[in-house]
Design a protein around this ligand. Structure first.
Ligand SMILES: [Zn+2]
Length: 343
């Protein structure tokens, strides 16, 4: 039997409706895959979609394989996101459909398992960009998902909205297909994904298709560019995925460094607190990844409470952008210091 993602439905619908909804969502992997969009938008997507190159198809295949390995390792049923659910659109159409105001070149819709890319953003000047970005977005789709469903009393219409995705929780006001509503644990959610993505670069560079890039990045010239960039931006070299030969030095970095900075700090302190239980930070990261796939927050909430006190987990949940990440880290450092002082 083919593996399917497992959606959890919360809200006020009966069992029958719940089963029907689940079936409908599962179908998005096989048939009608643009459920959350209006008929007009569906048409716009279908008529403008850019055909994928052989290399892009391969990148999708590898991203599916590697994310599935991770899921199996966590005891989660793996499944494949078909290429037809991944849509590359010309820039203006991409903006119109996704409504994204930020410079996001890719966006995922976990509820109906679709991914959109801006053709311009994944352009050829960064040879690893599509490879890492498709992995990133596929991880978004394969996270735990729960959907909030309510039946409107008068009309009997069913309203559905994304309630949980991975470790993140949408605020109840969320009902628009366009993003940017308030999401708790958004920063942690992205930190978990990008930390996995960071390790993925090594896997990619072992592929025969990317041998040329591997050789380039191993050259003395590339190493020296990387070193200079790391020095200039005060970051570690492993934050740089790829560098170019040109004089302006374009480079691809791992996204969301500020979220991961907080995440790494949290992991380090938890390990300090639970030295006997976790021999190193990777074991703690695994707990976070497990929560990401199962949606069960209790194990990581406990680790946070035991390390940073009662408010620790709630504070971590408020991290949503660069500014709040800096603030969250300071708050956590303060609570940690107080706990250590009193113990
Ligand atoms: Zn993301």
């Amino acid at each position: 039997m083919e593996q399917r993602p497992s959606w959890r439905i919360v809200g006020s619908v009966d069992n029958e409706t719940e089963e029907e909804l689940k079936k409908e969502f599962s179908n998005s992997l096989e048939e009608d895959d643009l459920l959350v969009f209006s008929k007009e938008d569906q048409e716009l997507i279908r008529t403008n979609e850019v055909p994928k190159t052989e290399m892009q198809e391969r990148a999708i295949e590898i991203a599916n394989e590697e994310s599935n390995k991770l899921m199996v390792g966590m005891g989660i049923s793996p499944y494949i996101i078909p290429s037809k659910n991944i849509h590359i659109l010309p820039h203006d159409i991409y903006i119109k459909i996704t409504g994204t105001a930020k410079n996001e070149i890719g966006i995922s819709y976990p509820m109906d398992q679709n991914i959109f890319f801006d053709e311009e953003g994944i352009g050829s000047s960064y040879p690893l960009k599509f490879w890492t970005n498709i992995f990133h977005e596929i991880l978004h789709l394969k996270a735990h998902i729960s959907v909030h469903a309510v039946i409107e009393k008068e009309t009997g219409d069913i309203h559905i909205s994304e309630y949980r995705s991975g470790v993140s929780i949408n605020s109840p006001q969320f009902k628009d297909k366009k993003k940017d509503s308030y999401r708790y644990f958004l920063g942690l959610h992205e930190a978990i994904i990008t930390d996995i993505e960071k390790k993925y670069t090594a896997t990619l560079l072992d592929l025969p298709e990317l041998q040329e890039q591997k050789d380039w990045l191993a050259s003395e010239e590339a190493k020296s560019i990387k070193k200079d960039l790391a020095h200039k931006h005060h970051i570690s070299e492993d934050e740089i995925i790829w560098v170019s030969k040109d004089k302006d030095i374009n480079a691809q970095y791992v996204s969301y460094p500020y979220f991961r900075d907080v995440f790494y700090y949290v992991v380090q302190e938890i390990q300090e607190q639970f030295k006997d239980q976790f021999p190193n930070g990777e074991f703690i990261k695994k707990e976070f990844i497990k929560s990401y796939f199962t949606g069960q927050l209790l194990p990581i909430a406990r680790l946070m409470t035991d390390t940073f006190g009662k408010q620790g987990f709630r504070i971590l949940g408020s991290m949503k952008d660069e500014e709040s990440a800096i603030h969250v880290k300071k708050l956590l450092q303060r609570t940690r210091m107080e706990i250590e002082k009193n113990s």
